[in-house]
Design a protein around this ligand. Structure first.
Ligand SMILES: NC(=O)c1ccc[n+]([C@@H]2O[C@H](COP(=O)([O-])OP(=O)(O)OC[C@H]3O[C@@H](n4cnc5c(N)ncnc54)[C@H](O)[C@@H]3O)[C@@H](O)[C@H]2O)c1
Ligand SMILES: [Zn+2]
Ligand SMILES: [Zn+2]
Length: 356
């Protein structure tokens, strides 16, 4: 089968790989019908996650590349003897988080840190979804039956972007009715924050990015203010908008120091800073200013504990996610899709959907 394989910094290859096989009784093999590229995949490509090769090398003595991708939908091709909820032919959403459901962390709904070799492993510690077929561990607890009425492009966003935005941005950020919030980064994850934050009725939603098209989409999807941080001082503008007070919650949805800095300087006393972005480098932490502010700062990897709930909300039409699927490519053009997503601003791209 064909797959997009990561070998190291700036080295990904669209090449032939062996089709996956059932390894554990709880596995399923899914024939992918749609997949997509995440900002995290771009980060891996740029070298943010050298642990992929290092950990695999340490465990198995060799690293022969890793198939990327942790999002998508497909059709169950085969299930292991221990899988009881799914059968061949079922249409499913693959969650970016695999969970055993029984370990200490899974029992606390901390599925991101499943201790039985689950968590975020797809396209990271094991081969992922940017391929014709994928092996999904713990199938019973990590796949979702695709509702017939759900738009399939929206379904792809339920693998990662939407639950990440909702859980690590909005819920950890403790967004409440009447709050002023700032969302820094208007990629699919930031846009998911814009949409799911509105489930909690904040009064001001300020979105910061450097991409005018994405800012325009944020406005369309519910932002009350947008700031282009390449043209304006975002901290100054956010303080102006909030009458000098700052926001109740700032969400960092980029993963670089510049955007972390915006966030840490705009949260008002008693507020929340929810870091969502994957950071490949250390950042400066202005504790000399923040120690006095009674802030809550959260970090985290998506648990996908609200995926089922968000799926129902999407089915009801309450989250207009379709607009985010700006580009479609056939699977054979996956390298081109990477190129377009990498140059999202020039290409006016938000989420690129790959159809198989
Ligand atoms: N914590 C988690 O569980 C989790 C899960 C998924 C993704 N992520 C991370 O979330 C982040 C966002 O993901 P995405 O798919 O939306 O990525 P993306 O690359 O599509 O979006 C990032 C956005 O940030 C903007 N940006 C870049 N530098 C900026 C700057 N200096 N100032 C203002 N804006 C800037 C870009 O224009 C872009 O719109 C990534 O770091 C990704 O790795 C985290
Ligand atoms: Zn992702
Ligand atoms: Zn577990």
């Amino acid at each position: 089968m064909k797959a997009m394989v990561y070998y190291g910094e700036n080295d990904i290859r669209f090449e032939e790989r062996d089709k996956p096989v059932i390894e554990q009784p709880t596995d399923a093999i899914i024939r992918m019908t749609k997949t997509t590229i995440c900002g995290t995949d771009l980060g891996i490509w740029k070298g943010k996650n050298p642990e992929i090769a290092a950990t695999t090398q340490a465990k198995t003595g060799a690293f022969n590349g890793r198939i990327l991708g942790h999002e998508g939908i497909g059709i169950v091709e085969e299930v292991g003897s221990g899988v009881s909820h799914f059968k061949k032919g079922d249409k499913v959403i693959v969650s970016c988080v695999s969970r055993c459901g029984t370990c200490e962390n899974c029992q606390k709904q901390l599925y991101a840190h499943c201790r039985n070799q689950g968590g975020w492993i797809l396209g990271y510690m094991i081969d992922g979804t940017q391929a014709e077929y994928v092996r999904t561990p713990f199938a019973d607890t990590s796949l979702y039956l695709l509702p017939q009425e759900l738009n399939e492009d929206v379904a792809v966003l339920l693998s990662d972007a939407l639950p990440t935005a909702h859980e690590i941005g909005v819920q950890y950020g403790n967004v409440k009715p009447g709050d002023s919030i700032a969302i820094v980064g208007a990629g699919p994850v930031g846009m998911g924050c814009v949409l799911t934050a509105q489930l909690y009725s904040p009064s001001e939603i300020i979105v910061v990015d450097m991409d005018e098209n994405r800012l325009a989409m944020a406005k369309e999807l519910g932002a009350t203010h947008t700031i282009n941080s390449a043209k304006e001082d975002a901290v100054k503008r956010i303080l102006e908008i909030t009458g000098g007070r700052g926001v109740d919650c700032a969400m960092e949805a980029v993963g670089v120091e510049a955007t972390w800095n915006i966030c840490q300087h705009v949260v008002k006393e008693g507020g929340h800073l929810a870091n969502v972005g994957v950071h490949g480098k250390p950042v400066e932490f202005a504790l000399e200013k923040l120690w006095i502010k009674n802030l809550t700062i959260t970090t985290g990897l998506v648990n996908a504990n609200t995926t089922g709930m968000l799926m129902k909300t999407c089915c009801s039409g309450k989250l207009p996610m379709e607009k985010m699927a700006t580009h479609h490519f056939p699977f054979s053009e996956l390298p081109k899709a990477y190129d377009v997503f990498k140059h999202a601003a020039d290409e006016k791209a938000m989420k690129v959907i790959i159809d198989l």
